[in-house]
Design a protein around this ligand. Sequence first.
Ligand code: AHR
Length: 326
Amino acid sequence: MLRKKILAVGAAAMLAMGLAACGNSDTGDKAADDGKIVLGFSQVGAESGWRTANTISIKESATKAGIELKFDDAQQKQENQIKAIRNFIQQKVDVIAFSPVVESGWDTVLKEAKDAKIPVILTDRAVDSQDTSLYKTFIGSDFVKEGKLAGEWLVKETAAATGPVNIVELQGTTGSAPANDRKKGFADAIAGSPNLKVIASQTGDFTRAGGKAVMEQFLKANPKIDVLFAHNDDMGLGALEAITAAGKVPGKDIKIITIDAVKDGMQALADGKFNFIAECSPLLGPQLMDLVKRVKAGETIPTRILTEEGTFTPEQAKAALPTRAY
Ligand code: AHR
């Protein structure tokens, strides 16, 4: 059984956690006056099982760490995240953390936070700002590696294929770090295998509904699809419905590779409907709270903190499911 292990690059041991309640939907105007650290967190949305698990991890960890959490759900819109960050600045929170929905367009608001002397921590997704002094650290997965692991599995799986292998790709949210990076990692991994061809690639916005709708289009437009590479489990699960409705057998007629390894995805893998999953851990809360405390204490922290990922085959998914945390 593969076990997920979180690796904090160069980080010291976790700080002891205090116990206190948090106010995670708090939209009040004032930072805490009871000595608690106040963290403003802007979440991408609730687009996937991964995101739900990530939100729970952050809320539960804040409570355990005795950190007052001001939580905002941006509903997958950058303008909502910018507004939330400006609110946090106005409220004079101690630290701001956010998972940027897209990579570009953050410099102005991050500069505002810097000018207000409020440290910013990026979680899960990166920004493309050239000025890295605008944030203290970025904690999250290596999305390029996830795409690469997916592509490498396919190269091995199809090593004996003689004719062309037609691949369709369901991309994540356009302009987001995981969509950009997973696409790149996968493309790099299959580049040396000319018979592996991505014949269609389109965004499904990381949602089940998006995955289903785009897969329906793919199936209508392409009589021969051998492989689906979906940038997350949820889009793969939506695509399953479209594939079944088209009279094809998922996992057999069309091989399915996804990323995340949330419970529903792992169940589909264990059932033979998916063929391979590269893992992406959403359990970033405990490390984030540790970093918040250290930043608030003025400590120097590593600028990049990586989450170590595994991969799953159907057999490994069967073994892992009973104890899967998310
Ligand atoms: O940023 C992480 C990605 O966002 C997850 O892979 C996906 O499921 C989520 O929506």
